[in-house]
Ligand binder design. Sequence first.
Ligand SMILES: Cc1ncc(COP(=O)(O)O)c(C=O)c1O
Length: 394
Amino acid sequence: MAKDGAKPLKGAAFDTRAVHAGEQADPTTRAHNLPIYQTATFSFETADEKEAAVDAALAWEPGAFFYTRTSNPTTAALEEKLASLEGAESAIASASGMAAVSASLLAHLKSGDHMVIADDLFIISQLLFAEDFPTRGIEVTPVAITDLDAVRAAMRPNTRVMYAEVLSNPWMRVSDLPVLAEIAHKGKALLVIDNTFLSPAVVRPLELGADLVLHATTKWLSGHGDAIGGVVAGSKSLIDPIRRQTDLLGQAASPFNSWLIARGARTLPLRIERAAENASKLAALLEAHPKVEWVRHPSLASHPDRAVADKVLRGSWGGMLAFKPRAVEGVDPLDAMRAFSDHLRIFGVGVSLGEVDTLVYPMPKRGGIFRISVGIESFDDIAAEFNQALEHVR
Ligand SMILES: Cc1ncc(COP(=O)(O)O)c(C=O)c1O
């Protein structure tokens, strides 16, 4: 059961906190590893004890448990670890990345409010904002988030939230977080940032002025593709309303998924280091390849937001890249896309990202590009796999 300050981690390095934050020997059994508290409810010696626990949990006090929809010790340990990694006072874990997106915004927006969003976002976030929020009386303006004049012009007196991804999905644009924070705060809006694509090992948006940072923990944080989850981190005063919203909407994380994500997060720094190194090498290989029209990875000098990437990212560029095969006269670009995908022998073709293996996502409806989540395999094998699949693009 995690308690604040259980281990003296103040001042400890990111890699050390990834391993130790939120973790301590179980106080009842002395189990060295984080237990999975696979229980719906908690029982008490007396009615008064039960009442005190319910009151404390519903006042969002850490370490108070009475029912797993509201709070659970395994999930609380994960929350402590992820808050530590994002440099936040508090965090709320939930059932999926979309639970984190929807609960954080529904908690801080009401009918009549306005929201400025990046026009390049994870497609389900886009659908939520464009199709669902307006039916709840929340107005939404999409803007090209790298066009800072357009962002300024989109702000209105009733703008309460600005929302963007640090590295956008799928076009890999880099958001200038310090400037966005300045614009949002001038208009008394919160800057809410989805950091799923990069992870706190690459960038910590709260340090750059964001008010809330969220993730699909399904991706890099868990790292093994075996659990669906989400998290939002920020100050306790901003997280408590999201905790309440998550409870009311019934979006609680399952204890088993929290345990899997906490286990994965321990190795985040090592996995990201390797994936980012492989991604930089693969980006260079693809950029030099005659069958590739363009590649986007923040490590490349050709990236349209190179200067912003230098300012915002921390010398690690993350494991995500996108590329477009070169168009050949007389060849349907979708056939070229199929030829590449269908000749992959080792890597999977599918959605999702941030796993230990390289995952290839063909996007025929979004410009015929490939989004690649680069894994931790040997780079020689990654290079061989891409080179041989590209040979089939004719
Ligand atoms: C950037 C981003 N945010 C949020 C999500 C939603 O996460 P989940 O699938 O866990 O709901 C995803 C999923 O791919 C994503 O890529």
